[in-house]
Write a protein that binds this ligand. Structure first.
Ligand SMILES: [Zn+2]
Length: 207
C-alpha cells in the first residue's frame, strides 16, 4: 500500500470517527478503544512470532518488547553477546563450518518472516509497514551475497512459506499464543522468560 493511499484511508477513518463521535460519543470512544486493543494484540502476535522462531532455532534474544520505540511498535532484539561470538566486525559469520553459516542465514531469514506469519494467522492479515521492514532486512542480506534477482525472489518465497508452515504446527502456535499473552501482560520479555514459557509449552505444562 503506498503512502498516499494510507493517508486517504487515515483521513476517512478520522472523518468516520468524528461523525460517530457527534452521533454517539460513547460508542465512538468504545470503538477507538477496541481498535487500539486489537492493534496491540496484533503487535504482540507479530513479536511473539519472531521470538518463538528464535527459540526454535536456538538463537538467544536480548529482549522481546511491545513498547513503541523510534519508528517501531515493538521489537525482538537478538543477544548482543551471541552476535559478537558468531560474527566478526565485518559482520561475516565467524563459524568456520560453511554449512553452519548458511544454516544461520536461512534461520535468521525465516525468523524475520515469522512475525508477519504469526500476525496473519492471528488476524487474517498483517501490517504492511512492519512486514516491509522485516522483508527489507532479508533482502539486503541476500543481495550482499547473491546478485541473481530471480534466485533472491525464489529464496524469499521459500522463507515466507517456511515461516507460514512453522506457524501452522500446533506446538509452535501454542508457544506463540503463550508468548503473545505474556507480552501483553508484561510488555517486555527476557531470554530466560521466553525460554521458560516455550519450555513449558514443550513439556505440556502451558495453561
Ligand atoms: Zn517484525
Amino acid at each position: 500500500m503506498n503512502i498516499k493511499f494510507t493517508k486517504i484511508i487515515e483521513y476517512f477513518k478520522t472523518l468516520r470517527f468524528k461523525i460517530l463521535y457527534y452521533i454517539n460519543q460513547e460508542l465512538a470512544i468504545q470503538e477507538l478503544e477496541n481498535e487500539k486493543k486489537a492493534n496491540l494484540e496484533a503487535i504482540a502476535y507479530h513479536e511473539a512470532g519472531h521470538a518463538v522462531a528464535n527459540y526454535i532455532f536456538e538463537i538467544p534474544i536480548e529482549c522481546a518488547s511491545i513498547l513503541p520505540e523510534d519508528h517501531y511498535s515493538g521489537c525482538v532484539e537478538i543477544s548482543k553477546k551471541w552476535i559478537e561470538k558468531k560474527f566478526g566486525e565485518d559482520c561475516e559469520v565467524k563459524d568456520t563450518d560453511p554449512n553452519s553459516s548458511i544454516k544461520l542465514i536461512h534461520y535468521s531469514a525465516i525468523e524475520k518472516y515469522c512475525g508477519g506469519a504469526a500476525e496473519t494467522k492471528y488476524r487474517g492479515y498483517s501490517n504492511k509497514e512492519g512486514n516491509r521492514t522485516d522483508r527489507d532486512i532479508v533482502k539486503s542480506v541476500l543481495k550482499s551475497r547473491c546478485s541473481n534477482e530471480a534466485k533472491i525472489d525464489e529464496l524469499e518465497k521459500g522463507y515466507e512459506n517456511s515461516a507460514a508452515q512453522m506457524m501452522e504446527y500446533p506446538l509452535n502456535w501454542k508457544m506463540v499464543q503463550s508468548v503473545a499473552s505474556a507480552l501483553l501482560e508484561k510488555k517486555t520479555l527476557s531470554q530466560s522468560e521466553l525460554k521458560e514459557i516455550c519450555d513449558n509449552v514443550m513439556k505440556g505444562e502451558a495453561p
